[in-house]
Design a protein around this ligand. Structure first.
Ligand code: P6P
Length: 344
């Protein structure tokens, strides 16, 4: 049976890209090496080495940094930073961007990552993952500027995630569709297992932390209540699926369809998830697979961040489900404003 490796697939995609210099392929291969190292570590966590648990440090978002979080951030930073393909790395775990020294071997790409998302699930053996995004340096000269570090979502060159679970799966797009590869741990090689992934136009599940119901606004409550109404003629009620690990919830949504939502709430008035490290890369992937991603009223890929740690609401998944959600949110917001106007 013909088995395409991730390396072969990247090379094939590169051939389709005129003017490709091989630098992109080198970067993708280094990402794959780092992913294999993290996979090994995640799957051996707790056996012999004590890498469960906390480092005692707190990251920029006030979250406890788990040992595997830090290990993943350091691993990707070292391998990608020494690859000669990037000039800067931003990370959910780094307060400031890591700029590759000018005297070092640098490249034209900017690498952005959430090195280990969902890490609060590490100790309970729930799937966790790495999310990454690749942009091209825009500004002229050697200096890395804000223009390079905060680019419009649709300027991404490539995006992907690795989900570390019962198997390790590497999913990526470089603008030529979405493709998934499963790691064969005996050979240490990623093999094509999900070619040309397309998300169903509509699903039957919604994915959200309903524990936040009391801190949602009325339009969000109305939307979730609508999804739970019993109306088989419109495919409702939807089933609730929520793992609490974005990569796992997104991977299921990509394969099965439906919608994942992390709306703003009174605790996270701008939303909890980050534009650069979560929303933008997953939005590129889902759109390449035929789906949609928005803040509830704005396309994610149309957004240019004003800080590398910007947060925003995220509605992502099947095209029909995201569009239906956007319509209901708008209708409820308008009804609310009408009511305020009428009641003076
Ligand atoms: P909550 C994990 O901490 C994370 O960043 C995402 O992986 C996940 O989707 C979300 O937060 C879960 O947040 O508030 O439901 O625990």
């Amino acid at each position: 049976m013909e088995r395409t490796t991730l390396v072969q697939h990247i090379r094939q995609q590169e051939k389709a890209n005129p003017g490709a210099t091989g630098e992109f392929s080198s970067l993708m291969n280094e990402i794959m090496v780092a992913a294999k190292i993290i996979s090994l570590q995640v799957n051996s966590a707790g056996i012999g080495e004590d890498i469960f648990g906390l480092t005692g440090k707190i990251n920029i978002h006030g979250e406890e940094v788990k040992k595997l979080d830090e290990f993943s951030d350091i691993t990707f930073t070292k391998i990608i930073g020494q690859s000669g393909t990037v000039c800067a790395i931003t990370s959910e775990e780094k307060e400031e961007p890591f700029i590759i020294p000018i005297e070092d071997d640098r490249g034209k790409y900017i690498f952005m990552m959430d090195p280990l998302d969902g890490s609060s699930n590490i100790d309970v053996n729930v799937n966790i993952g790495t999310i990454f995004s690749i942009y091209r340096k825009k500004s002229l000269g050697d200096i890395v500027t804000d223009e390079d570090l905060m680019q419009k979502g649709e300027d991404q060159i490539a995006a992907g995630y690795i989900v570390y679970g019962s198997s390790t799966i590497f999913v990526y797009t470089s603008g030529q569709g979405v493709h998934g590869f499963t790691l064969d741990p005996t050979l240490g090689e990623f093999f094509l297992s999900h070619p040309d992934l397309v998300i169903p136009e509509r699903g039957s599940t919604y994915s959200i932390n309903e524990g936040n119901w009391v801190i949602w606004d009325e339009s969000q409550k109305d939307l979730v209540a609508y999804l739970k109404e019993d109306d088989p003629s419109t495919g409702r009620p939807y089933k609730l699926r929520y793992i609490g690990s974005l990569v796992a919830d997104f991977h299921r949504t990509l394969l099965k369809g439906g919608i994942f939502m992390y709306p703003k709430d009174t605790k996270s008035p701008k939303g909890k998830l980050r534009f650069s490290f979560e929303a933008a890369p997953l939005a590129f992937i889902v759109e390449q697979a035929g789906g949609k991603a928005s803040t509830g009223n704005q396309r994610i890929l149309d957004i240019t961040p004003t800080s590398i740690h910007d947060r925003l609401p995220l509605f992502i998944g099947s095209k029909n489900d995201v569009e239906m959600s956007e319509k209901r949110l708008a209708a409820t917001v308008n009804k609310g404003s009408w009511f305020k106007w009428l009641s003076g």
